[in-house]
Design a protein around this ligand. Structure first.
Ligand code: NAD
Length: 360
């Protein structure tokens, strides 16, 4: 099949790690008989340098024409980069926020996988992590407390701040369906996380998630209160498959879940809209401290590309081949510097990409 992929190499280590992900995608395409056509897109500092703005309308239009977009990371060192002399609306991050909005990316997916080979980096006890774990946090990204009405007023001489948490049933239904779709491609279990013992928005969340579940009889649905979920993530992470939750709970729980996996260089992510389109990127930033040195870990970007194969291009077999290649290279003892440990073989960014591509 033929696919059109937008590529945002971005800033800092972005070009280095995206180049390796493209290397792995190209090898996968050859192996499985696909053709990938890349469209290079500018975002962030790279766009400011060429166009004077972090995102152009033309880039938005070109991104919309693609099946999916693979991105490195954007931004520079806020203290030294000239991009941060600009007004906030013209800085690199403004481009990222705008493209997410323009593409209507309402569902954020962050896998938290503990590879058996990297369990030394996990801060949890060995008896808890034995055999590794593999969960997917699905966070609503465009509603809830972060987008509700807010104000600070003085009432009888006392400063009082208000933030409102609003969800309507349509917003909940669309993310719930996405969550069940993802679970169908995994171990078919959804843990919906809320605070239904206190919040009206959570009671509506629970009701709509239950309605959506009726269309997915093969998926087991359970509900969990957010405080219990925070505890269960460190007590028994193996119990989770897909964790489905609203914006603020997801913000906090996804950071907690990713912390227990070890390095930032291993963490993939995806943001999806109502179609099969998605924007795929590593969870980390542009790491200006190590940019240009050929030592960045490309695995998060390569695993983001695997998510793209699975969720936007519907190529499950190919996605699994990439994930297995990553696991094989780790099992063979190869490590970039951020995940290096005694007795392992240290390699740079490009060699890591070669090794993974070589296992496809
Ligand atoms: P960062 O994630 O770039 O770096 C934090 C630490 O993790 C650094 O020590 C870095 O060297 C290391 N690191 C990150 N990715 C790595 C990788 N692949 N391999 C090895 N080590 C890695 O966070 P920061 O320093 O707070 O931010 C730097 C810039 O990135 C800022 O301009 C920030 O705004 C931007 N940023 C962009 C995104 C994005 O594009 N989505 C996300 C977060 C931060």
């Amino acid at each position: 099949m033929d696919f059109k992929i937008g590529v945002i190499k971005g800033d800092g280590i972005g070009p280095e790690i995206v180049t390796e992900a493209m290397k792995v995608l190209d090898k996968t395409a050859v192996r499985y008989g696909h053709k990938i056509h890349y469209t290079q897109l500018l975002l962030g500092g790279a766009s400011i340098d060429v166009h004077g703005v972090p995102l152009t309308d033309d880039t938005v239009e070109k991104a919309k024409e693609c099946d999916a977009v693979l991105m490195g990371s954007i931004g520079g060192d806020a203290k030294t980069s000239p991009w941060y002399q600009l007004e906030p609306a013209k800085r690199p991050e403004a481009g990222l926020l705008r493209i997410r909005k323009e593409l209507n990316l309402f569902a954020n997916l962050r896998p938290a996988v503990l590879y058996d080979e990297l369990k030394g980096a996990c801060p949890l006890k060995e008896e808890i992590t034995e055999g590794g774990f593999d969960m997917m946090i699905m966070r609503e990204l465009t509603g809830g407390l972060y987008f509700g009405e807010r104000r600070t007023v003085e009432e009888n001489g006392v400063l009082t701040a208000y933030d409102s948490l609003t969800y309507n049933e349509n917003e909940i239904r669309r993310i719930a369906k996405r969550g069940f779709d993802i679970a169908m491609k995994r171990r078919k279990k959804v843990t919906s996380v809320d605070k239904a013992n206190v919040l009206d928005s959570s009671r509506l969340w629970r009701k709509i998630v239950e309605e959506a579940a009726a269309e997915y009889p093969e998926v087991t649905l359970e509900h969990m209160l957010v405080d219990n979920c925070a505890m269960q993530l460190v007590k028994d992470p193996k119990q989770f498959d897909v964790i489905l939750t609203e914006n603020m709970f997801g913000d906090i729980l996804s950071d907690e879940a990713s912390m227990v996996t070890g390095s930032i260089g291993m963490l993939a992510s995806a943001s999806l809209n109502e179609t099969s389109f998605g924007l795929y990127e590593p969870s980390g930033g542009s790491a200006p401290d190590i940019a240009g040195r050929g030592i960045a870990n490309p695995i998060a970007t390569i695993l983001s590309a695997a998510m793209m194969l699975r969720f936007s291009l519907n190529l499950d077999k190919e996605a699994s081949a990439v994930e297995q290649a990553v696991a094989k290279v780790l099992a063979d003892g190869y490590r970039t510097i951020d995940i290096m440990s005694e007795g392992k073989k240290q390699v740079g960014t490009s060699r890591m990409g070669d090794l993974i591509a070589g296992c496809i």
